[in-house]
Design a protein around this ligand. Structure first.
Ligand code: SAM
Length: 390
């Protein structure tokens, strides 16, 4: 890239490329009963924070409307679980969802990435992988018809769920009306590709403050493919950062998040995610478990944020932007990429000094560097820039 083409991280997204060829079989999960609430407890919404007057959102269920879960009061726990599950399972089928949408005059909207999960086992696996407790605050982006939301509502202390589609927002509102600790927002979760809309994090901070301190903040969602990268990337910058992210995303994106140096999938997204999280793929999902079927495979990925590692990065914004710039032109040598990225900020001689001090010759490329090496390089460049400015 010539010097004049210095990447502006806000205009480019090198985290959006790559492909993969891994082929795995979807295994259904059978052990789902242990996270269900015992029959002795009411299936109605939980008042998670009586000290602050109600629940984490200070919302009350709409008393005039019928309850969606008519489970007999005198049944055993196993029977309760079977009945509740049968009810949810029957809602999580292609025929139920298509009838539900058709009766409301709707169809899945592909521009919003509306591929609904139609396997209750997998929805439960997403929720279970998050290991929710009633002290936790969950952000869900993409309410859909509220299937995952409803399952998580039985486990979490507070849920903020965001849906861009007005029609689905209304439909899901009917499903979720009896959960006062579920707050719904209608609109685009992203303010722009570099940030989430601000009221999301305001609400999360509010809910965190109302719930016990040991509670955690998590993003748990079946994310729309087209905005999955900015949602995950941006959330890792936020205050508070999430403690955990469990999301269904395109498989190739998940592969890029966990890729290591030397692999074709290794790039800015791998470095950013792994510099602040422990990342693992929980399950690869065939297109068959979605309706409508997407063209590609998906994966449930779990990211556990390592707060110590994240806190050790002196300037997260600088770190992320520099990492993106380093991988902007993968085929270029590190020296020319750094010179280009720091044009007008660092002299070439300073860049050469930094690279020489770290032992990189003119043939070095960013894609060969391990996470720690990239961390050292970014910090050396940051220090050099501070020195140059001072
Ligand atoms: N949670 C549901 C499920 O698991 O079946 C639906 C998931 S579907 C893959 C993604 C959902 O995200 C859709 O309902 C879509 O309308 C919504 N969506 C798409 N883009 C969005 C955005 N920028 N902000 C909020 N919601 C969005």
């Amino acid at each position: 890239m010539p010097d004049s083409e210095t990447p502006n991280p806000s205009d480019t997204n090198p985290e959006d490329s790559g492909d993969d060829q891994i082929d795995e079989v979807v295994k259904l999960d059978r052990d789902r009963s242990k996270y269900r609430r015992p029959a002795s407890e009411t299936p109605a919404p939980v008042d998670v924070s009586p000290d602050v007057g109600g629940n984490a959102w200070n919302r009350k269920p709409k008393k005039t409307q019928p309850k969606p879960a008519p489970v007999p009061e005198d049944q055993s726990q196993a029977a309760y679980i079977r009945a509740k599950r049968a009810q949810q399972g029957s809602r999580q089928t292609v025929s139920y969802l298509s009838k539900r949408l058709t009766s409301a005059g709707l169809r899945p909207v592909s521009k919003y990435g509306q591929n609904f999960l139609v396997d209750l086992n997998l929805i439960e696996l997403i929720a279970r992988s998050a290991e929710l407790t009633q002290n936790d605050v969950v952000l869900e982006i993409g309410t859909g018809v509220g299937s995952l939301t409803g399952i998580m509502a039985e486990q979490a202390g507070a849920i903020l769920t965001v849906e861009i589609d007005k029609n689905l927002y209304q439909l899901a509102g009917e499903e979720l009306r009896d959960y006062p600790h579920v707050k719904m927002i209608q609109g685009d979760a992203l303010r722009n590709k570099n940030s989430l809309r601000s009221d999301i994090m305001e609400s999360i901070r509010d809910a965190r403050a109302r719930l016990p301190e040991e509670g955690r903040f998590m993003l748990v969602a079946n994310l729309p493919y087209n905005v999955a990268t900015p949602i995950v990337s941006n959330l890792l910058h936020e205050t508070p950062p999430p403690d955990r992210i469990v999301v269904t995303i395109q498989k190739e994106l998940a592969e890029r998040m966990i890729a290591g140096p030397g692999s074709k999938d290794y790039g800015a997204l791998s470095v950013w995610v792994q510099s602040v999280c422990k990342a693992e793929i929980v399950r690869v999902l065939s297109p068959n478990v979605f309706w409508p079927r997407p063209k590609v495979e998906s994966a449930i990925i779990r990211l556990d944020v390592d707060h110590e590692r994240r806190n050790a990065i002196p300037d997260l914004q600088f770190f992320h932007q520099t990492v993106r710039a380093l991988f902007f032109h993968r085929r270029k040598f590190l020296r020319s990429v750094v010179i280009s990225a720091f044009k007008g900020r660092l002299d070439k001689s300073v860049v050469d000094d930094v690279l020489a001090t770290l032992g990189y010759d003119e043939k070095a490329r960013a894609e060969q560097l391990a996470l720690t090496q990239i961390g050292e390089l970014v910090e050396a460049l940051r220090q050099a820039e501070i020195k140059a400015a001072g």
